[in-house]
Design a protein around this ligand. Sequence first.
Ligand code: IMP
Ligand code: MG
Length: 180
Amino acid sequence: MNHSNYEIDQMISAKSIAARVEALAREITSFFSDTDKLVVVGLLRGSFVFIADLARELDLPIEIDFLEASSYGNSMQSSKEVKIIKDLRGEIAGRDVLVVEDIVDTGYTLHHVLGLLKSKAPKRIEACALLDKPSRREIDIKSRWVGFEIPDEFVVGYGIDYAQRNRNLSYIGKVRFRDS
Ligand code: IMP
Ligand code: MG
């Protein structure tokens, strides 16, 4: 029984996600093949499922760290103001870094986070986003690796929430509001 005022329509199946994650991991492994250590930085909370699957497919020496940036609150609106709520635990100076994001939407979050991490002088830093909504972009930023480009729909599942719900869906679905 669903007590909410919306339905979720499947957009990307668990099987398609798994195949895409494997392909991304192969590309990332090959790009960083000479690394002595790759610091994989997950942006909380939306990337937690993606990073778990991606990390297990990387054939590289890695460390995992997390960063939490605020933007949405409980709404469906993006915000230009990005605050760091939880900073990295480890050092990234002189290190190879992969930032793992759930969705690039307006681009402000990734722009802000990459700027902040670049100021800590990593050796190389690149981003991998599971989803990209290019039509929503307000600031010129590109993730080197993208799982899927999607249209301007609000999505949930595979770590991604709507008001903290639905992160535990194994697929990615779009939110459709019922007529009230
Ligand atoms: P940006 O700063 O506008 O690029 O927003 C990026 C963040 O907004 C993502 O990390 C998500 O947490 C959130 N977000 C963007 N689109 C969606 C969506 O469709 N569903 C849930 N969260 C979203
Ligand atoms: Mg997020």
